[in-house]
Design a protein around this ligand. Structure first.
Ligand SMILES: Nc1ncnc2c1ncn2[C@@H]1O[C@H](COP(=O)(O)OP(=O)(O)OP(=O)(O)O)[C@@H](O)[C@H]1O
Length: 230
């Protein structure tokens, strides 16, 4: 069963950090299943992504996910929003592959058997079943990113936000991770510098100096971004 997109609403969001305007008045309603965010280094993409799970709070304005204000309902928002970081080492917390995925299911009132079954299923989907009992730190970079994705997806989030998840990966693992994101039932918001990855997305936002300056389909948005960077 597809959970359907969780509406994401940003209402005149400003983020200031140490006197800098990182985001300047971003208003968006994101209901498409595949939304990509592109833009130059330092333009504010990560900050925009982190707003969606309450990791960053607006200095002014509001962010709602599924009707929940990220400022008031951070914990509930984070249960709905799975976040994948660029560097999987930042989110792998347990010694072995299976333990790491199981850790995401702690405090959910599931039986040991249910946890084991869900972990096994998730590892199978990501080609990691044969590594279940291996030390997580011995996986390759690409396998680690698939493990990080498994640990996020095992919780069945309504929305998956991925902040440059393929930046550290080779071409083969980039394709594997991109394909996995592309085939998820969930709504996906992908921040990326890899313009090939956004071709099949429903909507592409171009961020520049803290503003969304282009909001369009992939072809016109990428063309506008190339022009902006020329
Ligand atoms: N906590 C913070 N304190 C100070 N400055 C910050 C903070 N967070 C972000 N910034 C600044 O805000 C700007 C936007 O940062 P952000 O990480 O959102 O950019 P980005 O578009 O994701 O960049 P990249 O493509 O390089 O990852 C940068 O100039 C960054 O230095």
């Amino acid at each position: 069963m597809s959970p359907g997109p969780a509406p994401i609403v940003l209402d005149d969001v400003h983020v200031r950090r140490e006197g800098r305007h990182v985001l300047r008045g971003v208003s968006l309603r994101l209901t498409e299943r595949r939304v990509a965010v592109v833009g130059a280094n330092g333009s504010g993409k990560s900050t925009l992504a982190r707003l969606l799970n309450g990791l960053v709070l607006p200095t002014s304005g509001r962010v709602h996910v599924d009707g929940l204000d990220t400022r008031r309902h951070g914990a509930r928002v984070r249960r709905r929003v799975g976040f994948v970081f660029t560097d999987p080492d930042a989110q792998i917390v347990m010694p072995t592959v299976a333990e790491d995925v199981a850790y995401s299911l702690r405090r959910r009132g599931l039986s040991r058997d249910e946890v084991d079954a869900r972990v096994a299923h998730e590892l199978e989907r990501h080609g990691l079943a044969g590594h279940a009992d291996h030390p997580a730190h011995l996986l390759s970079g690409g396998q680690k990113q698939l493990l990080a994705l498994s640990s996020v997806l095992v919780t069945e989030p309504a929305l998956v936000v991925a902040d440059e998840p393929t930046t550290l990966l080779d071409l083969r693992h980039t394709r594997t991770v991109a394909r996995r994101l592309a085939t998820l039932d969930q709504q996906v918001v992908l921040v990326t510098h890899d313009l090939d990855l956004v071709a099949d997305y429903d909507r592409v936002l171009v961020v520049d100096e803290g503003r969304v300056v282009v909001d369009d389909g992939p072809e016109p948005a990428v063309a506008a971004y190339r022009e902006l960077m020329a």
